[in-house]
Design a protein around this ligand. Structure first.
Ligand code: GTP
Ligand code: MG
Length: 169
C-alpha cells in the first residue's frame, strides 16, 4: 500500500491504544517530525500516563506543531485522535498554517490491540477504556473526510505500507 504524503502537511495518526501508532511513526517518519502526546505529557507532568496533564500536554503540542508548520516543517501527531474535538483542533491548526491535514488511521482489530496493551507494563487502563476508544474510532471512520482531512488513509496491514513524499503543491 502506497501512501502519498505531502512534504508540508499535518499528519494525524488515528488509532486506539495498542494499534501501533508509535511503531508506525518510528518506522516511517523522522523522530523530529513526530509529536507524541505521551512525550508531551511526560514533558509537562513527568508522567506520560498522567491523563490529568492532557490539556497542558496538548496545549504544548499544538504550540510546537504551529511553530514547525510556520517554518515549513512537516508534523506527525502521534495521539489516539479518536475523539472529534482532538481532530478538529488539528484540522484548524493545519488550515491556520495553510498546509494539508492528512489522516492515517491504524485500523487494528481491538482484540489485537488489547493483547498488546495488556502485555505492556507502562499501560494500566482496563478493557472498557479500549472498547470506548474503538467505538469512537468507528464513528471517526465515518466522519473523517467530512471533518476536513484532505486525505484519509486507512491502514490494516502496516507492514505493507510505503510512504511516498509528495513535493509541496
Ligand atoms: P498507545 O501509545 O498506547 O496509544 O499505543 P500505540 O498505538 O502507539 O502502539 P505501539 O506502537 O506502542 O504498539 C503497541 C505494541 O504493539 C508494541 O509492543 C509494539 O511493538 C507492537 N506493535 C506495533 N505495531 C505492530 C505490528 O505491526 N505488528 C506487531 N506484531 N506488533 C506491533
Ligand atoms: Mg504510542
Amino acid at each position: 500500500m502506497r501512501l502519498d504524503i505531502p512534504d508540508l502537511s499535518l499528519v494525524a495518526l488515528v488509532g486506539i491504544s495498542g494499534s501501533g501508532k508509535s511503531t508506525f511513526a518510528r518506522r516511517h517518519f523522522t523522530p523530529t517530525e513526530v509529536l507524541s502526546s505521551d512525550a508531551f505529557r511526560a514533558m509537562v507532568a513527568d508522567d506520560e500516563n498522567d491523563q490529568s496533564a492532557s490539556a497542558d500536554a496538548f496545549d504544548a503540542l499544538h504550540h510546537v506543531a504551529g511553530i514547525r508548520l510556520r517554518a515549513g516543517r512537516r508534523v506527525v501527531v502521534d495521539a489516539t485522535n479518536v475523539r472529534k474535538h482532538a481532530r478538529e483542533a488539528l484540522v484548524a491548526l493545519a488550515r491556520a498554517h495553510d498546509v494539508l491535514p492528512v489522516a492515517i488511521v491504524l485500523d487494528t482489530p481491538e482484540s489485537v490491540a488489547w493483547q498488546r496493551t495488556e502485555a505492556r507494563p507502562d499501560r494500566q487502563f482496563g478493557r472498557a477504556v479500549l472498547r470506548g476508544q474503538q467505538q469512537n474510532l468507528r464513528r471517526a471512520l465515518r466522519e473523517l473526510s467530512r471533518e476536513g482531512f484532505r486525505k484519509v488513509h486507512v491502514v490494516t496491514e502496516p507492514d505493507d505500507v510505503t510512504i511516498v513524499n509528495e513535493r509541496a503543491w
